[in-house]
Design a protein around this ligand. Structure first.
Ligand SMILES: [Zn+2]
Ligand SMILES: [Zn+2]
Length: 284
């Protein structure tokens, strides 16, 4: 294992949290979702064979919590086969270095996300001026410098297969970040959407705190390419998912999901795209 991993120099714990923090949900018999402060991690796999994969890596400082949730579902000393990242924002890679050291497992991400995971490129600064309430105002606290996972991070296979999750394929869903991916399982139409869309209005501190459920566009303060974000949501809606677990908010199923996603597609410009902000050109 390449031991030379480091977080960005702006890496730090972030105080934002929600009432669901610390709670786990068995979404399906082989899919578990756990909320760390304001973000979700997923564990996908079979508790009987103890083979599983971790999707996303939580908030800064959450490694012990992620290990203990994994052991709760998959047994003492269990370890995932790999960690798959939907993207590399701080709230999805917050504990990854400790986890890679603890489990000695590879990390996979989309090729276009690798510069942010190998110390090469910073994400654009989160935009505190974007229309979007208190969380956007807090966003200057959010780390955006690249972390460096060295040779521990690998690019996802080009054929869209997901390592160690044979029933899933990855779908490139850029917009929120350049190499953002979602994972989809055809047989039961299960979608792990990362931040391509979320099920809470991530910009409202009240709604983040209470996790009031609503299908919404990607978190605004970090989204820079709204045209791509819209096309990504259209593509995910066209899959007609039956279950969706997103990076923020509770899992959504059935009619609530199909109606929410349908509305988001139809009214994307109003619901998702902020009226003002650094990365906004409404005429696009
Ligand atoms: Zn994100
Ligand atoms: Zn996020």
């Amino acid at each position: 294992m390449d031991q030379n991993m480091k977080y960005g120099s702006d890496y730090k714990p972030v105080p934002a949290t929600s009432i669901k923090s610390g709670q786990s949900i068995e979404v399906l018999p082989d899919l578990f979702c756990h909320t760390i402060q304001i973000v979700n991690i997923c564990l996908a796999g079979n508790p009987e064979t103890k083979e599983f994969v971790l999707i996303d890596a939580g908030m800064p400082g959450s490694a012990d919590e992620i290990v203990s949730v994994s052991e709760k579902y998959f047994g003492a000393n269990s370890r995932p086969k790999a960690i798959i990242l939907t993207h590399g924002h701080f709230d999805h890679v917050g504990a990854i270095i400790e986890l890679v050291k603890h489990w000695e497992v590879p990390v996979y991400a989309h090729e276009l996300e690798l510069p942010f995971l190998t110390g090469q490129t910073s994400y654009p600064k989160p935009d505190p001026t974007v229309e979007g309430g208190m969380v956007a105002k807090m966003s200057p606290l959010f780390p955006y410098e690249p972390i460096d996972l060295g040779s521990n991070v690998l690019k996802l296979p080009m054929d869209e297969t997901v390592p160690h999750l044979p029933d899933f394929r990855w779908i490139h869903t850029p917009g929120h970040s350049p190499g953002h991916v979602s994972l989809f399982r055809e047989k039961d139409r299960t979608l792990l959407a990362g931040d391509a869309f979320v099920t809470v209005k991530q910009d409202s501190l009240y709604k983040v705190l209470t996790q009031k459920q609503e299908v919404n566009g990607p978190p605004r303060y970090f989204t820079t390419d709204w045209k791509a974000a819209k096309e990504s949501v259209q593509e995910l809606a066209s899959l007609k998912p039956a279950v969706a677990v997103t990076g923020h908010g509770l899992p959504v199923i059935g009619e609530e999901l199909s109606e929410g996603l349908g509305k988001l597609v139809r009214e994307f410009d109003n619901i998702a795209i902020p009226d003002y902000g650094k990365y906004i050109d409404k005429k696009q």
